[in-house]
Design a protein around this ligand. Structure first.
Ligand SMILES: Nc1ncnc2c1ncn2[C@@H]1O[C@H](COP(=O)(O)OP(=O)(O)OP(=O)(O)O)[C@@H](O)[C@H]1O
Ligand SMILES: [Mg+2]
Length: 177
């Protein structure tokens, strides 16, 4: 039998072995359409907080993307996930990997952000004393997401929930590897 150099689901070259995570990856459309996967985030659940981001990291590692690319996405997914846990309502973290890069989206239908421009400033935080005692509330999450992504859109209004969409481009010719 001929060797299969590609992941049977995502179609990316993974010689000599197919990726170990493919059973968990939902593939929508053709291999060129990429991989799409969503994870549930439970608000105020500090026991499971961060697990969605770890799953994202594992998928990116299984695709053998560049460590630096994975690190940037991991920082952004963790900050986004923690914002839903701390400030939002039960929400979703999703990734969409295409031929040119990755889109990371974190959404929740919670109280939303009163002033997005202010929330993007380093050091701005509405975190409670309880959250600050846990080490959160430095007001660095959104600035970190801006710094580590190639593009960020924060779509939110009071009472309307929050949607943070970040894009990450593969370096030309490298497919993030
Ligand atoms: N999903 C969200 N729902 C409601 N408010 C949010 C959400 N995400 C961010 N915010 C608001 O934006 C502020 C700034 O967010 P940012 O992530 O930069 O800092 P932080 O979460 O307060 O602290 P850190 O991330 O450093 O622990 C938050 O304090 C909060 O008021
Ligand atoms: Mg934060």
């Amino acid at each position: 039998m001929a060797e299969n150099p590609n992941c049977p689901l995502c179609g990316r070259s993974l010689t000599p072995e197919p990726c170990g995570q493919n059973a968990q990856v939902t593939v929508t459309g053709s291999a060129m359409a990429g991989l799409q996967k969503s994870f549930f985030i439970k608000a105020r659940d500090f026991i499971h907080a961060g697990e969605a981001s770890i799953q994202v990291q594992n998928i990116l590692k299984s695709l053998q993307l560049e460590p630096r690319f994975i690190r940037r996405v991991a920082v952004c997914s963790y900050e986004g996930e923690m914002n839903v846990v701390m400030h939002g309502a039960d929400g979703t973290l999703s990734i969409d990997i295409g031929p040119d890069g990755l889109v990371l989206e974190v959404t929740d239908p919670g109280p939303g952000i009163a002033n997005v421009e202010q929330a993007m400033q380093m050091g701005f935080s509405t975190a409670s004393d309880e959250l600050r005692e846990m080490g959160f509330g430095a007001g660095m999450g959104l600035p970190n997401m801006k710094k580590n992504s190639d593009g960020i859109i924060v779509d939110s209004a009071p009472g309307k929930g929050a949607r943070v969409r970040m894009t990450f481009h593969f370096r030309e010719g490298s497919e993030g590897r």
